[in-house]
Design a protein around this ligand. Structure first.
Ligand SMILES: Cc1cc2nc3c(=O)[nH]c(=O)nc-3n(C[C@H](O)[C@H](O)[C@H](O)COP(=O)(O)O)c2cc1C
Length: 330
């Protein structure tokens, strides 16, 4: 039985990828995930703000006379809030590459085009097999239109893909008015793949203390449905790779994502909850489902329920929305 898949031009032994998370900060953890069967790892993101802070600090040091060392060092920004400084990130990437045999994907997280994009070249030189771009931003300024935001993302993708030769994927938000159109534009700018989707961490309210509380909640399989819909719509439309990230917790979730059109799934929450042992369980479930359905090759199964190939395309479209609402009887 062949579970091999091609993601961003990389041949992976199976479709299970560890999504961007702190797992890669620890070499032993990364090795355990590889041994458990993970086919590739995505490192956590290096942020635009981090890279620009470092660039500004270096510039300040270069421009400051030697006698004012104290002032210069005290100016140096504190990186304590970040897991790894840009330099430590490069070292970690080099160590991961010399320890693991599976591909390692570096992740850059930025909102606006700028000098931070040059850092992509350093990640490539340190051995990254591919780059994942996360362009997360919360648009709270009414002067900033959706066209402005998408324009910035497209420019970032254009600049990054012109900077490096390794494949580049874009981790998308589901909140675009026309995701199909935007996906096509991203491909035109050089994106080799899309990750569906970024997961947003919503702050909660404390009604006793009257305060806003930031909260990191892990995902649930119910979040997969939004991904399945968009995988099904985009998979016949895009030329590049599709990753399903968010809400993949079981072998059944993996199978559904592949039927929707995913080349790979990215998992994080389920690994944080249960550890690496979930990977062999997912692979076993996938193999046993393929055997039951007499499939020998995973690539033949991919997209079997997408908008073009499923038996009832209406189930994905507006007609189904109307039917569902009309079907509720009181
Ligand atoms: C602790 C933690 C750290 C994460 N760090 C990053 C990150 O640095 N960059 C990023 O793009 N996504 C990050 N994510 C999001 C995950 O990559 C993934 O998209 C999300 O958790 C959805 O997948 P899941 O349902 O399997 O958890 C993080 C998630 C968690 C839980």
């Amino acid at each position: 039985m062949n579970l091999e898949t091609n993601y961003l031009g990389l041949t992976l032994r199976n479709p299970i990828v560890v999504g961007a998370s702190p797992f890669c900060d620890d070499l032993d953890q990364a090795r355990r995930l590889e041994e458990a069967g993970a086919a590739a790892l995505v490192m956590h993101s290096l942020f635009e703000e981090q890279i620009e802070q470092e660039q500004e600090a270096l510039l300040h040091l270069l421009e400051t006379p030697a006698e004012s060392t104290y002032e210069a060092t005290s100016y140096f920004p504190h990186f304590d809030d970040y897991q790894l400084s840009p330099v430590a990130y490069l070292r970690t990437l080099e160590r991961l590459k010399s320890t693991l045999t599976i591909p390692v994907i570096a992740s850059l997280n930025g909102r606006r085009p700028g000098g931070w994009i040059d850092h992509a070249r350093r990640l490539e030189s340190a051995g990254a097999d591919a780059l994942e771009l996360n362009t997360y931003q919360l648009a709270t300024d009414p002067a900033f239109s959706s066209e402005d935001i998408e324009g910035d993302i497209l420019e970032i993708v254009r600049n990054v893909t012109a900077t490096v030769k390794i494949p580049v994927s874009v981790k998308l938000s589901p909140y675009h008015a026309s995701l199909s159109h935007f996906a096509a534009e991203l491909e035109e700018q050089g994106a080799d793949g899309l990750v569906l989707f970024n997961r947003f961490y919503q702050p909660d309210f404390d009604i006793e203390e009257l305060d806003v509380i930031p909260r990191l909640r892990l995902s649930h399989s119910s979040e997969l449905l939004l991904r399945l819909r968009w995988l099904s719509i985009l998979s016949p439309q895009v030329k590049g790779s599709l990753a399903c990230g968010g809400g993949v917790h079981t072998a059944e979730d993996v199978i559904k994502a592949i039927l929707g059109g995913a080349h790979v799934v990215q998992v994080v929450s389920v690994l944080l909850e249960n550890g690496p042992r979930v990977i062999p369980a997912m692979l076993e479930g996938l193999r046993s489902w393929m055997a039951d359905h007499e499939h020998l090759d995973l690539s033949k199964v991919r997209g079997a329920l997408n908008l073009k190939r499923c038996p009832d395309p209406e189930a994905h479209e507006r007609a189904n929305y109307i039917k569902i609402l009309q079907s509720w009887k009181i």
